[in-house]
Ligand binder design. Sequence first.
Ligand SMILES: [Zn+2]
Length: 139
Amino acid sequence: MILYDLRCTAGHRFEAGLASMFDDNPDCPCGATTSRVPSAVRQLGTADTGRSREEMPTTWRGIRQGHPDVVRGWHREMTRREKLEETHPELAGDRRPVLAHERYFEGRPLKAGDPLATRVAQATFGTTTPASTSEGGTR
Ligand SMILES: [Zn+2]
């Protein structure tokens, strides 16, 4: 069942209720023609997109050494996210493969296309600013 609202050309908005999606749109009480817009109720119900892939743990520590409850919870989140991304590919975000996730990159895995020098600096000094600009002129 698809819920939608109707909005007329004069800007009035009202609920279409459960009218069949194959019915013609009723005219607005003001006489203007209407078009269908996603229901405000429906939008509220689906506004939560869940966690993004970037928020998901990428380390053993991040899943509490494989604690079953934590793993199950994240699996549920990821399954939900995958379904969402199937219909909204723009939400998929950074899908680049992880190249390294140990030592320097344990906290933040190295991904394909990451500038290596910057990432090593981040991992070593804990800064997001490239070393060349943060330390420029001090030596
Ligand atoms: Zn109207």
